[in-house]
Unconditional design. Structure first.
Length: 49
């Protein structure tokens, strides 16, 4: 149960940081972040399967 609490807390903290940064940073930055995230996700899935 304690592990789930840390995971949920981390997700909430990351969401808060993203909201604050989205108010400050330009839109093109977020397209770059999404692209990097999708590449990393694809490589991670490829390694595990």
């Amino acid at each position: 149960m304690k592990r789930h609490g840390r995971l949920i807390g981390g997700i909430i903290a990351c969401a808060g940081v993203m909201i604050v940064l989205s108010l400050v940073l330009p839109t093109s930055f977020w397209w770059f972040v999404m692209g990097v995230f999708l590449i990393c996700l694809g490589l991670t899935i490829r390694k595990r399967c």
